[in-house]
Design a protein around this ligand. Structure first.
Ligand code: GDP
Ligand code: IMO
Ligand code: MG
Length: 424
């Protein structure tokens, strides 16, 4: 058996959680392969709403397991809080959750460093979620990190203290450091690590490969989006992990040859939270309307999401990098009432030339999007169950995107609820 993949094709928050939750019953495992509590994946069903940060989005279904893979960075306090909230809502977690021994831990001082680094950057800040993601991955690649499996060894506390001291020395270099309750955070960290020991902490590479060999089906759930990828995103305004399909291999320990279908999640317009280039951003009234109609406020930090039109060159780039086989188009219902609906077709550079490729120095130069107008629609489409239920104009918008992106759209989401989904 092979692995199917869900990846975000924009700057995150495309609606990955909703699509994973919808597809999960067709799989035996949902596996997160990268990122950490910077993610916020929203799932709505039966009028209830859940936001998951570290927990894979298959957790609401029985008969499948959920794996937090080695590529994920775990804040144990956030994970434990998430688990208790799910249990309070009546969802069994323990039997359905597997955690890789090799997943790295976010220490309290990683969050401290994240805050100090962002603070020191002033206007140049990345807009980090301040969950300690960057510093945790730095210690991973710097070969200093602590992993979940390390907790079972006697020297865990010593290794923790050693790394913490290193962090405290590093923090001395900053002129100003925001307030941080290190003692309180540390207490929560160790309490949560004790609880974590009672969960299924496994050799995930063996588990998942044997799982696949025995004929079971796996859905890999990406966090963030392609434009936030550490290698291929709008660097330095990115996150610190491989958010793309290639990250599935690295973050789960499965060979690339075992990757099958790659479903790219695309919002019917574009949003970005945090700093960095965003060519089709709408700074005026239309952007504000998209934010309100689309409820575009961060699921993790509550920040306003920046909003703009869909960007074809950006999406073509993401499809190329990820090997996308088909697309799930989300939030089409939000475009209801916008006239026209604009589509970014290319970029005009300051020398007057036009390009359909993302420039290397996109964060330093002015790029003016070249738009094509598409007719808008005013009909409520949120009750549509099939493509034929959609009025002709939104159908034309879908067709236009398929043509421009040379990729089929297999799902169209028309509302936040699990049931508001058209399978094409
Ligand atoms: P993720 O990080 O990619 O999982 O996405 P988020 O959960 O951060 O953000 C997506 C938001 O849009 C959430 O509030 C979802 O409930 C909501 N959502 C998802 N699909 C749709 C849709 O088709 N229509 C509308 N109106 N909202 C949607
Ligand atoms: P999901 O999985 C949207 C953004 C942050 C910031 C940058 C770096 O819900 O789509 P970090 O905390 O990783 O150091 O922040 O990346 N970012 C996200 N934006 N959705 C996310 O996750 C994000 N995770 C991080 O806003 O600009
Ligand atoms: Mg999100």
């Amino acid at each position: 058996m092979k692995v199917d993949v869900i990846v975000g094709l924009q700057w995150g928050d495309e609606g990955k959680g909703k699509i994973v939750d919808y597809l999960a019953p067709g799989y035996d495992m949902v596996a997160r392969f990268q990122g950490g509590p910077n993610a916020g994946h929203t799932i709505k069903f039966d009028g209830k709403k859940f936001v998951l940060h570290i927990m894979p989005s298959g957790i609401f279904h029985d008969n499948l397991v959920n794996l937090i893979g080695n590529g994920v960075v775990i804040d144990p306090a956030i994970l434990m809080k998430e688990i208790s909230q799910l249990e309070e809502s009546g969802f069994e977690v323990k039997e359905k959750l597997l955690i890789s021994k090799k997943a790295h831990l976010i220490l309290p001082t990683h969050k401290y460093i994240d805050a100090a680094t962002e603070y020191s950057k002033g206007k140049m800040k990345i807009g980090s979620t301040l969950k300690g993601i960057g510093p945790a991955y730095m210690d991973k690649t710097g070969r200093n990190g602590l992993r979940v499996g390390d907790v079972f060894f006697d020297n865990f506390k010593n290794r923790y203290n050693h790394l913490k001291e290193k962090h405290m020395k590093f923090l001395h270099q900053f002129d100003a450091i925001p307030d941080f309750d290190i003692a309180g955070e540390e207490r929560k960290f160790f309490e949560s690590m004790e609880q974590l020991k009672n969960y299924n902490i496994i050799n995930a590479e063996y588990y998942i490969n044997e799982f696949l060999d025995s004929g079971k089906k796996v859905l890999a759930e990406g966090a963030q989006g392609t434009m936030l990828d550490i290698n291929h995103g709008t660097y330095p305004y990115v996150t610190s992990s491989s958010t793309i399909t290639a990250g599935v291999s690295v973050g789960l320990g499965i060979p690339p040859s075992k990757i099958n279908r790659v479903i790219g999640i695309v919002k019917a317009y574009t949003t970005r939270v945090g700093s960095g280039p965003f060519p089709t951003e709408l700074l005026g009234e239309i952007g504000e309307r998209l934010r309100v109609e689309g409820n575009e406020y961060g699921a993790t930090t509550g920040r306003n999401r920046r909003c703009g039109w869909i960007d074809i060159p950006q999406l073509k780039y993401a499809i190329m990098i990820n090997g996308v086989t088909d697309i799930a188009l989300t939030k089409l219902d939000v475009l209801n009432g916008f006239e026209p609906v604009k589509i970014g077709m290319g970029y005009k550079l300051s020398d007057g030339s036009e390009t359909k490729k993302l420039p290397f120095d996109i964060d330093n130069i002015e790029v003016v999007p070249v738009y094509e107008d598409h007719k808008g629609w005013v009909e409520d489409i949120s009750k549509a169950k099939t493509i034929d239920d959609l009025p002709p104009v939104p159908q034309q918008y879908i067709k236009k995107l398929e043509e421009e992106l040379s990729t089929p759209i297999s799902f169209v989401s028309v509302g936040p609820e699990r049931s508001a989904l058209i399978v094409v």
